[in-house]
Structure formats: structure tokens, C-alpha cells
Write a protein that binds this ligand. Sequence first.
Ligand SMILES: [Cu+2]
Length: 123
Amino acid sequence: MRSSCSRSSARRNALFDASRVASIRLATVLLACAAGIPAAYADSATVTIENMQFTPATLTVKRGDKVTWTNKDLVPHTATAGETFDSKDIEPGKSWSYVTKTAGQFKYVCTLHPSMTATLVVE
Ligand SMILES: [Cu+2]
């Protein structure tokens, strides 16, 4: 009798703790949004450079997301959008990442092969 009583009280405490943790998490997320800070769990996306092409040709991400370009060709490439971002040379087999800061549509190019173009859309 006594042991079953203390067991149920322990279970009540556990439930209370879980709901308290959930509301603290929610408050943290709301604070981060209110301050305009990208949430800590921002997404990441990948652009593959292969056969002298960026794939996908148009990638849409959210502000604060991390975009990684991976060069699977046997020659260096760049992902260059004027002043917004510039990977410089990405050697074969290497990657370069950029955390998006401002919203907009950014056309970018490989400065080594100007016919290679693509667009990064940041919402
Ligand atoms: Cu190139």
C-alpha cells in the first residue's frame, strides 16, 4: 500500500518536470524569434558541383540556414555572388559553407567557368 502510493507520487513529479521543461523550451524559442536571432536548429542544405553544374540550379533556404557546396568534379570551382558570398577556389573533393544572413535572390557563378550559374533564394 505504502509503496504504491510513493510510486504514483514519483510519477506525478516526473510529469510535472516534463511539462515544465517543455514550457521553458517554448519560452526560449519565442525569445529567440522575438530577438530576430536565427534559431539554433537552423537547417542545412547542400549544392553539389558536378559535371560543370550546380545542382540544384535554384536552392531555396531560410535566413540563418547553412548552405554547403561540395565539389565532386576533378577541377576547382567557386560559388561567387558578388559581395554577398565568395567561396574562392573549392578544390576537387572539398566543400565550402556559407550561413545565409540576408533575404533575397542571389545569382551566383563559378568565376573560373562563367557559364556555370545558379541561384540561391534566401527567404
Ligand atoms: Cu567552375
